[in-house]
Design a protein around this ligand. Structure first.
Ligand SMILES: Cc1ncc(COP(=O)(O)O)c(C=O)c1O
Length: 376
């Protein structure tokens, strides 16, 4: 076992967060009176569909490159889905979308991948000209901007994951022209989630804890998988009326900061300067308003490289390997190539300069032949 700090793509929760002041500044959509926060973004999607009156025979055009839980939320909200393939730049292709239009198509679902903004102005115009609604999925793009305006503010609905940007236990925000009614149930406490994110912060700072974490977590995962193996569990909707935890609501106002997006961009640029040749084309240049969720790496043997990275303390994520079971995967080869070949490493705002160095060196060593321990 190597001895290393554990660096994961998920933002961690600093121990001093309780002593911070509540921020006077709130970012979009939290700054908007129409914003509603549920436990997860999938709950926000389900609720947005309901309040926008979608259901029955309404068809939503959704990208074949997706997480899967957003598709499940749409299906459970009662809409039908029709898949579109993405281009090499992960954008929708206007001419192929055109061929999919029938009178029952009501919505274009647009995902802002990894915090990189799509051209939301263009797609809003495209929707308006065809009498469609634009649904912006900014689950990975909280704090990102396009044309100096927040991503998620261009569509008729926008959803965001707060916990993907800050180390809080949960939080899925939604903004629509018809804000959903919040349930009157209790907020879960979220203390266990907070504890885990604090442990992640400690594992990111101290190699002893990091190594124990790196060693024990896969064993626990393996054991859990043996007990109850369900490859589609990550897509489950759960109760769409679950409120965010009490800890999320208390801590988010202490964590939001003007500098977050800039720090993520700086970290991304640093890795880009060292590893541009590994980055898939849609993410090879950093646009002005991006708030990167993670740093994507494209390789032939993703599983092998990820295994090597772990030895250097970097827990990469092969995100979206499994598509939603409703996707006829063979008909969407471009999306499948992304699923099999692209994984991500951290760029979050809590990373220190030496941790970024650790990621850079780990990437270098894991993608070349030699395997030596890194001294941190
Ligand atoms: C593109 C996209 N949309 C929606 C979601 C749903 O987020 P949550 O897990 O908060 O329900 C995710 C989750 O990873 C996602 O990647």
């Amino acid at each position: 076992m190597y001895f290393a700090r554990r660096l994961s793509i998920w933002p961690t929760l600093p121990l001093n967060v309780y002593f911070r002041h509540v921020s006077k500044w709130l970012p979009f959509p939290l700054s908007d009176d129409g914003c509603r926060v549920f436990s997860k973004a999938r709950h926000a999607i389900w609720n947005a569909c309901r309040t926008m009156g979608l259901g029955g025979n309404d068809v939503v055009l959704v990208p074949a490159y997706h997480h899967g839980c957003e598709i499940e939320a749409l299906l459970q909200a009662g809409v039908k889905i029709r898949y579109y393939e993405v281009t090499d730049l992960l954008e929708p292709d206007a001419s192929s979308l055109e061929t999919m239009l029938t009178p029952d198509v009501k919505v274009l679902y647009l995902i802002h991948y990894l915090g990189f903004p799509q051209d939301a102005i263009r797609w809003r115009k495209w929707c308006d000209e065809r009498g469609l609604l634009l649904f912006e999925d900014a689950a990975q793009a909280f704090l990102a901007e396009f044309d100096d305006k927040p991503v998620g503010s261009f569509g008729h609905a926008g959803v965001f994951c707060l916990y993907k940007t800050y180390g809080i236990p949960d939080g899925g925000a939604v903004i629509t022209f018809m804000p959903p009614k919040l349930p009157e149930s209790e907020h879960p406490s979220g203390r266990w989630g907070v504890f885990k994110r604090h442990v992640n912060w400690v594992a990111e700072r101290w190699a002893l804890i990091g190594s124990i974490h790196l060693y024990v977590k896969p064993l626990l995962k393996k054991w859990k998988r043996k007990k109850n193996h369900n490859p589609h569990k990550e897509f489950e909707l759960g109760d769409p009326n679950t409120l965010p935890s009490d800890m999320t609501m208390r801590l988010i106002t202490k964590m939001v900061d003007h500098s977050t997006a800039e720090r993520r961009r700086e970290n991304y640029k640093f890795l880009l300067d060292h590893h541009r040749h590994l980055v898939p084309r849609p993410f090879a240049t950093l646009p002005k308003g991006a708030c990167p969720f993670a740093f994507p790496v494209e390789v032939d043997d993703a599983d092998e490289v990820l295994k090597k990275l772990r030895r250097y303390g970097v827990e990469g994520l092969l995100f979206w390997r499994n598509a939603h079971p409703s996707l006829p995967v063979k008909e969407f080869p471009k999306s499948m190539a992304f699923r099999n070949r692209v994984f991500a490493v951290p760029v979050h705002q809590e990373l220190t300069a030496s941790e970024l160095m650790q990621i850079t060196e780990a990437l270098h060593r894991a993608t070349t032949k030699k395997l030596n321990p890194i001294t941190t």
